[in-house]
Design a protein around this ligand. Structure first.
Ligand SMILES: [Zn+2]
Length: 435
């Protein structure tokens, strides 16, 4: 064995959803090879998991990682104003080095808060891929495509997608195809992007029905709300990861179910931008796969999946005035196995099972907020914080042990991020945004 995790409380998230006491896990060549109470054998690394929950690494199903550099620069604005007046002007000044610094900062934050895999949509994706390879975290990456109706831009946009696909097919970094949204992409671009994803057996990553304005504009300009429009043009299928999906009618929810669309739900971003409350209970009732994401750090403003899980559960309870809505276990599924399903990786990650890839985290139970140990699932969703994550393993490699980072230097990453943020803000004439 390469790694032996000894005597943990294991939340498997397997098909039987077993929770195993005093259980050890053996890892060889990146894979989980044994799960047993009394596991013997030699290992290069032994991790003592007594007083720890051992669980699948959290999966952030939607983010824009390099936007960590824009954290806190524009708050308390509605989506269209926030995008058009604050975010897009500064993003127009982005260079590869800014993206690299922001991506490294994001990887650091995610590793420290127990995320082992993320689904990213942004620009300069080679820099995001490089950050994954250097830090050891798993990433699905896609270049944001848009033409705003100017179809002469399509070849360039598809070129980005093809380039990523040719470089990142398997392994730690995988390329998806990301037409940004139905309101930023022409019908032709949407369908070409779908074709590209289909040909390469990869996912489509797209924002759909985020705000009421988007729905109203879609009805006015295309004669139908976003999901209906996308179905009419033949875009929707089981490869689609529909980010946000806040505003979907009953009819559209039926369409989503029929087409096998997956949802990446981002409750904090939706609340912060006052976009609305996604009909998650209805999605779950219909059996639609709901994954969970943080969205970018500019609209959250952190990348903690623990905050996201708790917020998800609370939001749907209060908006339905029903405390039984979206229970803890369902939220945990969204952050683990259903995240993996949304990304098309449920055979590889999202649960602790023999044969699966070892993407595993250990969460400390020896803290005030995790005591007494009544219900481990409840504790993970309602009581734990990102800082309770003690160790992180991705692909069988230890990225953090006892809070000590193995692949990153904290001081270096913070310094680099501060420097590049400063340069970007100065270049964009937004130095007033810096404290
Ligand atoms: Zn987004």
């Amino acid at each position: 064995m390469d790694v032996l995790i000894k005597n943990g409380l294991v939340l498997t998230m397997d098909k039987r959803r077993r929770i195993l006491k005093n259980t050890s896990i053996g890892i060889t060549d990146g894979k989980i090879t044994d799960i047993a109470e009394d596991l013997k054998g030699e290992a290069d690394f032994v991790i003592d998991a007594s007083d720890k929950i051992v669980m699948p690494g959290l999966i952030n199903a939607h983010t824009h990682l390099p936007m960590t550099l824009l954290r806190g620069m524009a708050d308390d604005l509605p989506l269209d104003k926030w995008l058009n007046e604050e975010i897009w002007p500064i993003e127009a000044q982005l260079e590869a080095k800014h993206v690299y610094a922001g991506a490294l900062l994001g990887c650091l934050e995610m590793i420290q808060s127990g995320t082992t895999c993320f689904n990213d949509m942004y620009f300069f994706m080679d820099e995001v891929a490089r950050s994954c390879k250097e830090t050891g975290i798993r990433g699905c990456i896609s270049h944001a495509m848009f033409d705003f109706g100017d179809t002469s831009k399509i070849p360039e946009m598809l070129g980005h997608g093809k380039d990523n696909i040719s470089k990142y097919k398997n392994g730690l970094v995988r390329a998806f195809v990301a037409p940004h949204a139905p309101y930023t992409c022409s019908q032709e671009l949407l369908l070409k992007a779908k074709e590209l994803a289909e040909e390469n057996e990869t996912r489509l990553h797209i924002h759909i029905a985020e705000s009421q304005k988007e729905v109203n504009d879609s009805i006015e300009q295309k004669g139908a709300p976003p999901f209906e429009y996308l179905d009419k043009i033949g875009f929707l299928d089981e490869n689609v990861i529909a980010v946000h999906s806040v505003w979907a009618s009953e009819k559209e929810i039926g369409i989503m179910k029929k087409r096998g669309v997956k949802v990446a739900h981002n409750p904090i971003s939706n609340m912060k931008l006052a976009s609305g409350v996604a009909p998650v209970p209805e999605y779950l009732k219909k059996g639609i796969c709901v994954a969970l994401g943080t969205d970018g750090a500019a609209s959250n403003n952190n990348l903690s999946m623990f905050s996201e899980m708790k917020t998800c559960a609370l939001l749907h309870k209060i908006s339905n005035m029903d405390p039984s809505t979206v229970p803890a276990y369902s939220v945990l599924e969204s952050a683990t196995i259903n995240g993996a399903r949304a990304l098309g990786m449920e055979e590889e990650i999202g649960s602790i099972e023999v044969g699966k890839t070892a993407d595993i985290i250990l969460v400390n139970l020896k803290s005030a907020n995790m005591t007494p140990l009544t219900n481990p699932v409840s504790h993970i969703v309602y009581a734990a914080k990102g800082s309770d994550v003690n160790s992180v393993i991705v692909d069988g490699r230890i990225l953090m042990q006892d809070r000590e980072l193995r692949t990153l230097d904290l001081e270096d990453v913070l310094k680099f991020a501060n420097e590049e943020a400063r340069k970007l803000f100065l270049k964009a004439g937004k130095e007033d945004k810096l404290f």
